[in-house]
Design a protein around this ligand. Structure first.
Ligand code: IMP
Length: 180
């Protein structure tokens, strides 16, 4: 275990098993509707999850795209986001499955969901590896959730603290002494 990690919350083995379960469910749900979702991952934290999850989705011509957003500095409205990297695909009539690492306040995701509908998406659903229901400040929810966790700051498997720890293969709680 990394010296800065207080506790491993979700092991690599648990994550890969969950990706199989979520992938199977997503495959079934979209196949039933005869839809081919466009996976949209929010950079950078969602990359490891996108990579493992997409291998478990058995749908022909499955495509993915990425986008990067950030909050405006000093924004008055919490949901005010800036697009740093936009999608390459047109979303007209497309079913989007947003791939997220973690939903905390849900404010970013609510704004992104809204924006994707404004770009013409037919449907926007969310799959998140982690959910922190205790942190919620918007009414956004994910249709597919890997693990529901306590309101603690976690790192690893894409999640960072000051851009570090993204390469850890598990999700762990960061020692509080490092940021308090
Ligand atoms: P929110 O749901 O709009 O509050 O923001 C979600 C984003 O905040 C995630 O995509 C992460 O980048 C970041 N985030 C929220 N909680 C954590 C955490 O515990 N560790 C690392 N990043 C986090």
């Amino acid at each position: 275990m990394h010296k800065d990690v207080q506790e491993v919350l979700v092991s690599e083995e648990m994550i890969l098993k969950k990706c199989k379960e979520l992938g199977k469910q997503i495959t079934e749900d979209y196949s039933k509707k005869g839809e081919n979702p466009l996976l949209v991952a929010l950079l950078k934290g969602s990359i490891p999850f996108l990579s493992d999850l997409m291998k478990e989705i058995d749908i022909d011509n499955l495509k993915f795209d990425v986008m990067a957003v950030s909050s405006y500095d000093g924004a008055k409205s919490l949901g005010d986001i800036k697009i740093n990297l936009d999608l390459a695909y047109s979303l007209k009539g497309v079913s989007v499955l947003l791939v997220e690492d973690i939903v905390d306040t849900g404010v970013t995701l609510a704004a992104v969901k809204n924006m994707l509908y404004n770009k013409g998406a037919k449907d926007v659903k969310i799959v998140t590896l982690l959910d922190k229901p205790g942190g919620r400040k918007s009414d956004v929810y994910a249709e597919y959730i890997g693990f529901s966790i306590k309101n603690e700051f976690v790192i690893g498997y894409g999640l960072d603290y000051n851009q570090s720890y993204r390469n850890l293969p598990y999700v762990g709680v960061l020692k509080k002494s490092l940021y308090e």
